[in-house]
Design a protein around this ligand. Structure first.
Ligand SMILES: NC(=O)c1ccc[n+]([C@@H]2O[C@H](COP(=O)([O-])OP(=O)(O)OC[C@H]3O[C@@H](n4cnc5c(N)ncnc54)[C@H](OP(=O)(O)O)[C@@H]3O)[C@@H](O)[C@H]2O)c1
Length: 258
């Protein structure tokens, strides 16, 4: 019997690198995204590993339920849920269409919450006990301060961090761990999707493989928060001690055009 890892947003970026790592570690993968072709490419790259594809738009209101029911119908138990799928939007709050911002909240917040809720009982009762079981929620260094010009995105990641830390404490004696992975700027399609390619955020980026590796190792060690890279760690620490208004101004500087 081999353990199963569910990875959302595995068609590219950090999620794809997570998939490679969990496959190498011997997990059966269930990979979710909208781009069927990209998921199929990853499946054939991981030839020899068990990989199941679920094509699903995770901004749909009942997306998490559909994913859960699909997996249960196949008789699978999931040991690890990696809530990675998500996106950001750059611009002033009033200028970004409301529906786009609500879609962002649906994937970054609602679907992540619902998937965690659906799979938690199964993870607690999973027959495989001697392997790490739990949730990796991909938050961001954006979780540590307000983010003018990406206001809803930063707020959504603050939610992800807070939820993850609270669940980690609730579950501390169950063998199920919760890790919030908080990357800083990472070289993926994120900035294109966010319309933030010309902002200072892209001045220095890490590779998605380094970010995923930090998340994977942190999860295996049962860490509650993983911030990849010294620069990101220092920035997140500084954000904790600075007055919130100053931290927000610094975020505005970073979220603005170079
Ligand atoms: N890159 C950064 O600088 C950075 C920094 C901090 C945190 N993060 C977080 O890291 C996570 C992964 O982002 P990334 O940087 O790897 O960006 P990415 O390369 O754009 O990957 C995003 C992934 O999410 C999936 N996705 C997006 N919208 C979806 C939808 N409606 N339904 C289903 N899947 C959807 C995409 O697949 P499809 O398009 O095929 O659906 C893709 O696989 C996100 O939560 C992001 O907020 C990124």
């Amino acid at each position: 019997m081999i353990p199963t890892a569910l990875i959302t947003g595995a068609s590219g970026g950090i999620g794809k690198e997570m998939a490679r790592l969990f496959a190498k570690a011997g997990y059966h993968l269930i990979i979710v995204a909208r781009s069927e072709e990209k998921l199929k490419q990853l499946q054939s790259e991981l030839d020899g590993h068990q990989v199941t594809i679920i094509v699903q738009d995770l901004t749909e209101a009942d997306a998490a339920k559909k994913v859960y029911e699909n997996i249960r119908a196949a008789g699978r138990t999931v040991e690890v849920v990696i809530n990675n799928a998500g996106f950001g939007l750059n611009g002033y709050f009033e200028d970004i269409p409301l529906e786009e911002q609500l879609e962002m909240l649906r994937i970054n917040v609602h679907t992540l919450t619902a998937l965690s809720h659906y799979f938690l009982k199964d993870m607690k009762n999973a027959p495989l006990r001697n392997i790490p079981r739990g949730i990796i929620n991909v938050a961001s260094t954006a979780a540590f301060q307000p983010g003018p010009k990406m206001a809803v995105y930063y707020a959504s990641k603050a939610y992800v961090l807070s939820l993850s830390e609270a669940l980690a404490v609730e579950l501390r004696e169950t063998g199920v761990t919760v890790t919030a992975l908080c990357p800083g700027a990472t070289a993926t399609n994120f900035f294109k999707t966010a319309r933030a390619e010309h902002t200072r955020l892209t001045n220095r980026t890490m590779t998605p493989s380094i970010v995923a590796k930090a998340g994977f190792l942190g999860f295996v060690k049962g860490k509650r928060i993983v911030i990849p890279g010294l620069r990101n760690q220092t920035g997140s620490l500084a954000a904790k001690f600075l007055p919130r208004s100053l931290a927000a101004k610094l975020a505005l500087y970073m979220d603005s055009e170079r």
